[in-house]
Design a protein around this ligand. Sequence first.
Ligand code: BG6
Length: 493
Amino acid sequence: MSESKAFPEGFLWGGATAANQCEGAWNLDGKGPSTADVQKFADPKSLKELMDVHGLCDITDEMIDAALVSQDDAAYPKRLGADFYHRYKEDIAYYAEMGFKVYRMSIAWSRIFPNGDEAEPNEAGLAFYDRVFDECAKYGIEPLVTMSHYEPPLEFCRKYNGWYSRESIEFFCRYVDVITKRYAGKVKYWLTFNEVDSILRHPFMTGGLIESRFAADEFEEVLFQAMHHQFVASALATKICHENIPGSKVGCMLTKLTFYPYTCHPADVLAAQQRERATYCYGDVQVFGEYPAYLTAMYKNKGFDIKMTDEDLRVMKAYPVDFVSFSYYSSGCAAGVHHEEAEVTAGNTVQGIKNPYLPSSDWGWQMDPVGLRISLVDLYDRYRKPLFIVENGLGAHDEVGPDGTIDDQYRIDYLAAHLREAYKAIHEDGVELMGYTTWGPIDLISNSTIQMSKRYGFVYVDADDYGHGTYDRIRKKSFYWYKNVIETNGASL
Ligand code: BG6
């Protein structure tokens, strides 16, 4: 790309993390345990096991009890994260060195309200994020804050059944009111729920739902009831944020699961369309402020009785989001008829049919830069709201060479290819794109497989899957590459 082909002025370049995967310090300074802190590492060895490892989220009360008495933090890697809690200054300095304009991060709800239901917040937790935001401000880095990224407070799940309970809305709004008042002068960009649709795939991690407590044939209805509460809470969070921080921008966050028909068989095309809806319906609610017809039809056909008041519907309509953010890593294929040769492979929190035209990562996620452009075009055509790519990246095994350097050219290739497609979407398709934050600018614990060895960072963290290591940081080759991309506003791509 030549100089004239730079990204739009003011484009927000940066990286994205989540508190539960990078902070560590799971029980320090008054923080309560969250769903992330009881997820045990299962040391998957094969791709098949890696794909099944999502099952770790199917947790029972007995597993939670056992986890809570366990002192073996290394067995629960999200308790340790990448030690950001103690090293945030160093990490933000790396981000500044790369020239980040924005840093997407999340606030751990249970650091502010340890059990979720307290009347008063935990001052030590609030003070920690003050320090983090002040550090960002020092370098002119704008925080983009996710209010809830896969970590409802554990007690809120055990005592109230998480997002299934109506009280969840009140507890969450209290939390949002506290953080938006406290950080009013420091944070302008907010996201409500990370990958809001993921409650269906990860009931415990996202929704705080302990599946074994519910009758199997009722659980799907429970999921959609919990989802309804999140929709109302998200609309109210948007309202609260706008009131407490005039001029603030609030986005929804979707898992962009891009599906192609495996063949042109109409049943395959229909299957792909229906899987795509699994992303769109949640965006539709948060952008248009009402349930799409196909979701209400599904409720009716399945006989679901989702409790919703007129006031819920009014609130959802009155407070839609300002922009649409999403994660994009890979695409998959869908089939409506059986294909003998079709192989199943992994993707971001889902499985799909392998696309014979695409390569896959070590974790089976299919790498598809053009799919990013397709996703941007589809989302923009549908919503006509500014878009923000808030996660994209390659989870890979990185090796430290004998001279101490890390040559992660594969990560550079992956990111560059995706950014070139994003550029085309902006310039050729007219998509309004606010920014781009790579997932995990520093290595952190994988959400799905709970491994440190599934690395995404520009900065390497010297720790293994068992919590061994110094946690010292090393710049990878991609660090210098991304610095240059930002310096040239994308023209170097
Ligand atoms: C997204 C999540 O689904 O994908 C992140 O928002 C997660 O929390 C990221 O880490 C990458 O997935 P994984 O499973 O490789 O960590």
